[in-house]
Design a protein around this ligand. Structure first.
Ligand code: AMP
Ligand code: MG
Length: 424
């Protein structure tokens, strides 16, 4: 297991760094390496259920009762004894509503009109649906016998008293809010929000709203980072666009690292540009610069600045998004308290177009999953795949993940895709 001291050694001892094959570190290896440094936050807070959406539980939720709490009817109909299912005619002795039980007892030859959710009355254990009956004054005639014990929802069928309903480390989604509410619990302990500071680096960057001169570009990375981080449910701190000026960079980095749990920068980690950041990070932290065997997103830095985690992402707008989803997302979810974050789902589909691809690196091409004319889902690339073409990310609803062994592909080949859209 590599700890922070060994990270320091790796940085100060280049021969040790060579063990990590900095010329082309496989994607999976870089991911595994980073994972070793990720201990979850240890600050918790109590939240109302509504506030806990998107947060990570810091306690096990144990069921204080059975859900449902009592045997009840799954249908509108009549509650009767199982021994009477073949009886053709039963006397109706009362009504059980959801929320208003029938207090009497059902005897042989009797039944109780019952609504969905109504408590099964004493003596009864079966429900015949109303569509299978004909009312005849105070009696019903059963026209099709139910199976004994049919249409009953049993106490504890959903959740049992004492059961661990959700465990520490669980990310709260809409169903979980409802599930915990169904137990009558209104507050939960959660990990506090992760604070993530980010800034862009580059002399050429101009913020939106200002005129652009030749040679300058608008800083788009801060906006995509803002979006990706906000969607992940962290507290964001936008530190601006910083020129490639050692003093400005140093001040911004230190300010970010003292205020946030994680610092993310974009730009300035590619060969020839990394020198500023390298010097700075060597002075204030322990950071490794890698060339990852991937496209886009080859340069990547990870380390610590003080106690903050540091991710140095490439400057190219698509590379920022790809490295975020392939490395940073999983890391942040772990820091947020998730013990084993669900990876972006990956599966095979047929690609309708030919793909150009070099072996020896993993490519994350931007793809569009679509329902083809025969109803089958297939994928096609968004078009040109340059790592500066942010429009390709906007068009995409998936990454087409082509691993190191994959070369050029003919139209119709099966490819792996990672879906970017989700509903929960
Ligand atoms: P770098 O990694 O700093 O060498 O930047 C690589 C490319 O990405 C260059 O063309 C930069 O102009 C561009 N770039 C860097 N940062 C940003 C940004 N924040 N917004 C848009 N483009 C950027
Ligand atoms: Mg730059």
């Amino acid at each position: 297991m590599i700890n922070e001291t060994s990270l320091k050694n790796l940085v100060s001892n280049p021969s040790c760094m060579d063990d990590y094959d900095p010329n082309a570190m496989p994607v999976a290896k870089a991911r595994e390496f980073i994972k070793q440094f990720l201990n979850p936050l240890s600050v918790f807070e109590t939240l109302t259920l509504a506030e806990s959406l998107g947060r990570v539980l810091a306690e096990d939720i144990t069921s204080p009762s059975n859900v449902p709490n009592y045997n009840n009817s799954a249908m509108d109909g009549y509650a009767l004894k199982a021994t009477d299912v073949s009886a053709s005619r039963l006397m109706v002795i009362g009504t059980a509503f959801a929320g208003k039980a029938f207090e009497g007892t059902v005897a042989d030859g009797q039944c109780v009109r019952i609504m969905t959710g109504g408590a099964i009355p004493k003596g009864a254990d079966t429900v015949v649906v109303q569509e299978k009956t004909v009312v005849d004054g105070e009696f019903i005639n059963i026209i099709e016998a139910p199976k004994p014990h049919a249409n009953v929802r049993y106490a504890g069928e959903d959740l049992k008293l004492g059961q661990t309903v959700l465990a520490t480390g669980h990310l709260m989604r809409p169903a979980d809010l409802g599930l915990i509410a169904s137990l009558g619990i209104g507050e939960v302990r959660a990990y506090r929000k992760l604070k993530v500071a980010f800034f862009s680096t580059g002399d050429e960057l101009i913020s939106v709203g200002q005129p652009l001169q030749t040679g300058q570009v608008y800083d788009s990375n801060r906006y995509t980072l803002f979006g990706m981080l906000t969607k992940l449910g962290v507290e964001v701190m936008d530190m601006g666009a910083i020129a490639d000026d050692p003093i400005l960079l140093e001040n911004t980095l230190l300010s970010a690292a003292t205020q946030a749990d994680v610092v993310i920068t974009s730009g300035g980690v590619s060969v020839g540009e990394a020198d500023y950041m390298k010097l700075l990070l060597a002075k204030h932290g322990q950071v490794m610069f890698w060339k990852v065997a991937m496209k886009p997103g080859r340069p990547l830095a990870y380390g610590k600045v003080g106690s903050a985690h540091y991710f140095g992402l490439p400057g190219n707008p698509v590379a920022v998004m790809v490295t975020f989803y392939q490395f940073v997302r999983d890391a942040l979810l772990r820091l947020m308290g998730q013990s084993s974050p669900v990876p972006l789902p990956m599966f095979s589909v047929q690609c309708t177009q030919a793909i150009k691809k070099m072996t020896g690196r993993t490519e994350f091409q931007r793809g569009i999953l679509f329902a083809d004319t025969d109803g089958s889902w297939r994928v096609k690339p968004t078009g040109a795949q340059g790592s500066a073409l942010l429009s390709s990310m906007s068009l995409a609803n998936c990454f087409i993940v082509l691993d190191e062994t994959v070369g050029n592909l003919e139209a119709g080949a099966m490819v792996q895709v990672q879906v970017l859209d989700g509903i929960v």
